[in-house]
Design a protein. Structure first.
Ligand code: GDP
Length: 437
């Protein structure tokens, strides 16, 4: 059904042309069944993949066409998921005044956002759920949804997760969604969607796994990089151990991060600790290790430690040094490494990292998660022992929604999200985060 909608209303169709004309001229709704959700790309690739997945699910639930904006390299990374149409938002010309032209400049603030309109009283929702627009007294042609944690994501933005506010949004033909989060657990907690989502996903912990595998199809160059690296390094071993090391703060002492990784590997008994290079009776090397990190330093230390003990070797596909923006080759390497990690049998991931979430979700493997130290405070310098921060098995393979709303719209107060439903729990790596289990 979604595929048919994407094809009927997507770029290149008469319906799309008319919808853009109405958007640009500020005209209101026309009920031809074509409404749109534009996802505004920003942040790293892991964040983007989780946000696209969330946007897609929201588009399905609200019967909107999903269009992806701004990821200049999206076409280098992914094949089109919907047959006979494109999910990439066509860019209006440089001199166009279309709201679609301004999306990349949103950066978190607009009078045309749901939060700002609620704050200013331009739209109001009464206690019994009635929506009233004022100045002008009708739904606008478009609204921004600001669903990204941090500043600018306050009480009014979070009302997105209320049933009455969903009715309000249903009246707006174009929604522009700005998020870097996996908001799916929040959609399960949004009353008009709960029943449908529960029916759609009998296994609540498989949402990203199914959606991610449906939506993301790496392009041939990316897939070639994945399969050729896999064949030459990992395929021959019986047990592939993937270690994803993501360091968020420059001040983080590398030695402490390394200690945390090694203590996790030892504590979970993931690799042989004796020097006999293991192999099974058939001669297949028992273990191979895949390390992904922006730095080669960790890989070198892990190879020094385990190189002689794991017959399948220790491997790192790339060490990019630092995160880069708008660099297709860089993103292609990042994507191929997420897929390589997803082909491992066991995963050790860095808490808080969406890069790791994508890998574990695609893999359908519950990782051992290394917690991010208490914001890498002075504890490390004061000699905090990594053994005091053991890695923990994630409760499910689902990504963590880092900044959910705790507000129960019907009750009018905050609730403990850990206790609302049996299939939503706190994440082991992000204190306020929630995930499907
Ligand atoms: P997060 O910041 O860890 O949540 O993950 P994101 O994927 O959103 O952003 C981090 C970005 O840094 C990635 O998209 C890559 O561009 C880069 N990066 C981080 N870790 C690695 C890595 O292990 N390998 C490669 N190739 N790139 C990485």
């Amino acid at each position: 059904m979604q595929e048919a909608l994407q094809k009927r209303c997507g770029p290149g169709t008469a319906a799309y042309k008319e919808a853009v004309r109405r958007l640009d001229s500020g005209e209101g709704v026309v009920d031809d069944g074509c409404r749109y959700l534009v996802y505004i790309s920003y942040r790293g690739l892991g964040n983007r993949m989780l946000a696209i997945t969330s946007s897609f699910l929201y588009a399905v639930l609200t019967e909107r066409v999903l269009l992806v904006d701004g990821g200049s390299d999206a076409a280098d990374l992914f094949c089109e998921p919907f047959p006979g149409t494109t999910w990439l938002l066509p860019r209006p010309g440089w001199f166009s005044f279309s709201p679609l032209r301004r999306l990349q400049g949103y950066l978190g603030g607009s009078k045309q956002s749901l939060g700002d309109m609620l704050r200013s009283g331009a739209v109001a929702v009464s206690a019994d759920g009635n929506v009233s627009w004022s100045a002008p007294p009708r739904p606008p042609p478009y609204l921004y949804l600001h669903l990204s944690g941090g500043s600018g994501y306050g009480f009014h933005e979070k009302l997105f997760f209320c049933g009455a506010h969903q009715r309000l949004l249903g009246e707006v033909p174009w929604l522009f969604m700005w998020t870097d989060n996996y908001i799916v657990p929040g959609l399960f907690l949004t009353p008009p969607f709960t029943g449908e989502l529960e029916a759609m996903f009998p296994e609540k912990d498989a949402v990203f796994h199914h959606l991610g595998r449906y939506l993301f199809h790496p392009t041939n160059p990316v897939w070639h990089a994945v399969t050729s690296y896999y064949r030459s390094t990992l395929a021959g071993s019986a047990q592939r151990v993937g270690v994803q090391i993501r360091v968020f703060h420059k001040e983080q002492p590398p030695q402490a991060v390394l200690e945390q990784v090694l203590s996790c590997v030892r504590g979970e008994r993931l690799l042989p600790e004796t020097t006999t290079a293991g192999g099974n009776a058939s001669g297949t090397p028992s273990h191979a290790v895949l390390v992904t990190s922006l730095s080669s330093w960790y890989y070198e230390r892990i190879r020094d430690e385990y190189g002689g003990r794991v017959a399948g070797g220790v491997h790192q596909p790339s060490h990019e040094g630092r995160q880069r923006w708008r660099d297709a080759a860089h993103d292609m390497r990042a994507l191929s490494e997420m897929y390589l990690l997803s082909m491992c049998d066991v995963l050790v991931t860095s808490g808080y990292s969406t890069f790791g979430y994508v890998a574990q979700g695609l893999a359908w493997r519950r990782p051992c998660v290394m917690p991010r130290a208490p914001m890498w405070s002075d504890d490390w310098r004061e000699g905090l022992d990594p053994r005091d921060m053991p890695c923990r098995r994630a409760a499910s393979v689902e990504p963590c929604f880092h900044s959910p709303s705790a507000y129960d719209c019907a009750a009018g107060r905050d609730v403990d999200l850990d206790k609302v439903t049996p299939y939503i729990r706190r994440c082991v790596d992000v204190k306020c985060g929630i995930k499907l289990v």
